[in-house]
Design a protein around this ligand. Structure first.
Ligand SMILES: C[S@@+](CC[C@H](N)C(=O)[O-])C[C@H]1O[C@@H](n2cnc3c(N)ncnc32)[C@H](O)[C@@H]1O
Length: 615
């Protein structure tokens, strides 16, 4: 039997409270084997008790207990909802955990002041508000005022009128024997509310059909079941020992109404888990003081210490918590993934592959609605267009998505073009080097994250890519961002593009060149040899600044990259600024080298002439 504590002004025991009682003793935690998901409730409950002690604070799937109704509820849920194969991968209900906690039930108008006063003593679990509503106990202001007037008693007469009020409202007064007819109570309401007030009580017609105990149980089950539906995280229920007693007000106040007594609108202030089984006299002084003050101000206390059940559903638990349970013990839980628009991109290890569908389902569930598709990378990027080989393992199969970067929108098809969201910061850094006077030449532009962002800032952009799909998206993205007038798009091999564009009239204006093909961009640098060979040195022109990306696994990656650039340009002495972008694998750096094209290179011996093929 669960006990409900009702404070009475005469009986408040003020014992000295020892803070040591609040804390669970530090325990040596041994690695625990979690009960299999099919464990019966009783067994799970036994295990739970041990877990509760072993896990010091906060919600955990290894704490709490499984609800007794769960199997039936789950079966019904399964029958009610249409499931696709993915839906049935995880038994979501097996992640439902019930925690016994205590709460202060207080008038709603007091709850915020009390929340800040008792903060250190309230439940402090992630994503759980420590103020909970009590379903169905909202009271019309008009009636609240009436209650207030009647309860301000300070004489024998007032006391009598309170008893009479109790009789009329609750059917009986405290200490009375037989309850009086609820007719009196309804009569009172009829006199108190005007016709408009009644309109608000939707269920007035059901008044003469009091709920049976069984029906009430079913409704509770329905609510809990609703909880493990798609959207709910948690449910707080007051565990009321007097269930079945008194008058059922649900017909009048709505099906949600559970209280046997109408106290006015109340809220539950959920107490810290360490007070779950404490009596009033065992609570800390701060809470007792709140009770004392209430009694002093209001006579019989308007506060109650109640026992509650806090149910946390599948939707409450985070990705790693769910996966820790689902995956074999000792397996590292995959916790990170990259996001490209609506797509989550995993990089699963071999050991994860047998569980890839499970993992993907959890990723999808825990990142909805933003994530609609989960893909896994299969094999290294080894093609010219730098596209990834991806397998769709959950969600919708479309790999065409929209990414927002730097305030611009990019349409991308991960199946046919390159995109890497991790380069966003680097792209931003590069953009910071450009000014409104610059003319940019992006040799390996992809779908345009650098070229299009630059176009917003600089005078003009020439953007090229070898991949026809990338060029199609590049053009589409120029229009999407209304920048098509500032960008010219080309579909050529990078070397031919460099040679052709610098052989054209456009060469004069180009101030910066971006070469973002880290795997082999340095191999394209020799294309700059002799680009100005036909120009006279004394004419007014500027040499472009080149930003070239590369990888290095060397001990001194900066030196290594500088050397490769020097060799590619066949030039010994010129200044190069090399920067580490990020580690792409253990010991392998992505680097960016920036330098002004040396005059000796630009005017070097003639190279074979290339005809420009403008797109
Ligand atoms: C690493 S991606 C960079 C794309 C873009 N700058 C970005 O940050 O998303 C390299 C791009 O170079 C293109 N590419 C590969 N080889 C090329 C070549 N020989 N000439 C021109 N483009 C090439 C690929 O299609 C790819 O879009």
């Amino acid at each position: 039997m669960l006990t409900k504590f009702m404070l009475r002004s005469q009986s408040l025991p003020f014992t000295i409270f020892s803070p040591a009682r609040f804390f669970t003793k530090p325990l040596l935690i041994k690695p625990l084997t979690l009960a299999p998901l099919s464990t019966t409730t009783a067994a799970a409950a036994t295990l739970t008790t041990a877990f509760d002690k072993a896990f010091p604070y906060g919600p955990s799937l290894r704490k709490g207990h499984k609800p007794s109704h769960q199997s039936q509820a789950f079966i019904e849920h399964e029958l009610q909802e249409e499931h696709c194969e993915e839906d049935s991968l995880i038994d979501e209900e097996s992640f439902t955990r019930v925690f016994d906690i205590a709460a202060l039930r207080v008038p709603s108008e007091n709850c915020f002041a009390l929340e800040s006063r008792l903060r250190g003593h309230l439940l402090n679990w992630p994503r759980i508000r420590n103020i909970a509503r009590v379903p169905g106990d909202e009271v019309e202001d008009e009636f609240k005022n009436f209650l207030k007037d009647q309860s301000n008693y300070n004489s024998d007469d007032d006391s009598e009128s309170l008893v009479s009020l109790n009789r009329r409202i609750y059917g009986k007064a405290d200490g009375d024997g037989e309850p009086l007819s609820p007719v009196l109570y309804r009569d009172k309401l009829a006199k108190t509310f005007n016709s408009k007030g009644f309109v608000k009580f939707r269920n007035l017609a059901k008044l003469s059909r009091p709920k049976k105990g069984k029906k009430r149980e079913e409704e509770r089950d329905k609510r809990v079941k609703k909880g493990f539906g798609r959207n709910e995280l948690a449910l707080v229920e007051v565990v009321d020992e007097r269930e079945g007693d008194g008058e059922d007000l649900s017909g009048l106040l709505g099906d949600e109404f559970k209280g046997r007594k109408w106290r006015g609108s109340t809220r539950l202030l959920l107490l810290d888990e360490r007070y779950a089984s404490k009596g009033l006299d065992e609570l800390p002084e701060a809470i007792k003081t709140v009770f004392k003050e209430d009694v002093r101000q209001n006579g019989p206390s308007t506060f109650e210490l109640v026992r509650c059940k806090l149910t946390l559903f599948y939707n409450y638990w985070q990705m790693n918590e769910i996966l820790e349970v689902l995956l074999p013990k000792d397996m590292i839980v995959p916790s990170a993934f990259e996001t490209v628009g609506h797509i989550a991109h995993l990089n699963l290890k071999d050991e994860h592959l047998p569980f890839k569908k499970l993992i993907a389902k959890v990723v999808l569930d825990k990142n909805k609605p933003k994530i609609q598709t989960v893909v896994n990378k299969i094999g290294a990027i080894d093609n010219d267009y730098r596209t990834m080989q991806l397998e769709v393992i959950a969600g919708n199969r479309s790999l065409v998505t929209t990414v927002v970067e730097n305030g611009l929108r990019f349409h991308v098809d991960l199946a046919t073009v390159f995109w890497n969201s991790r380069l966003a910061t680097e792209r931003q850094r590069l953009l910071n080097c450009f000014t409104s006077k610059d003319v940019i030449c992006d040799v390996f532009a992809g779908v345009g994250p650098i070229a299009i962002s630059a176009a917003k800032k600089v005078k003009h952009v020439y953007a090229n890519d070898l991949n026809p799909y990338a060029v199609e998206f590049l053009e589409r993205n120029c229009v999407l961002n209304k920048l098509e007038r500032k960008i010219e798009v080309f579909n050529m091999d990078g070397r031919r593009f460099i040679e052709a564009i610098f052989a054209s009239e456009k060469a004069q204006s180009i101030t910066q060149v971006v070469m973002n093909l880290p795997n082999d961009a340095t191999e394209f640098l020799d294309a700059f040899r002799g680009i100005f060979r036909k120009k006279t040195k004394d004419r007014d022109f500027s040499l472009p600044k080149i930003h070239v990306y590369g990888f290095s696994k060397a001990q001194d990656p900066e030196f290594d990259f500088h050397e490769r650039i020097r060799i590619a340009l066949s030039e010994v002495a010129f200044e190069v600024e090399v920067r580490r972008v990020h580690l792409v694998a253990p010991g392998k750096w992505m680097l960016c080298a920036s330098f002004i094209l040396p005059e000796s290179v630009a005017f070097a011996k003639p190279m074979s002439h290339v005809q420009v093929n403008w797109v």
